[in-house]
Design a protein. Sequence first.
Length: 128
Amino acid sequence: MKLKVEFDRVGIQEPSIAKAILETGIAANIERAVIDGDEGWTLISVADEETERFIAALSRPGVSIRIQKNAVSHNVTECVDCGLCISICQKKVFSFDEDWKLRVEPERCVLCGRCAEFCPQRALSILK
Ligand code: SF4
Ligand code: SF4
């Protein structure tokens, strides 16, 4: 499961993720980190069965945590199945099904936003 973890000016002062990993022994994987001066966010994946315990260990002032679901919104009405997003996305979120219709696996998304930027039909949006 993916967690989007946001840090404010207070939260960014502490090595919260490292502490949570050390405290719990959970092998959390940092998939993306965007730190800008005195705030930022990261996308972390942890095993489904460990999610609750990891959130508890990570929770502290200045840190907000959200389970990241349905990161990619695909408008099937606008999409023309051109396949451009398949070649753009490095995380293999998109593929064609057996009928050459676009298949979306949003759980792979790391929120880079490139697909939404380049889709000629504006058929994709990203929940950040
Ligand atoms: S780039 Fe846009 S129009 Fe093309 S397949 Fe992807 S979502 Fe559909
Ligand atoms: S936002 Fe980035 S990682 Fe997510 S589906 Fe689009 S291109 Fe792939």
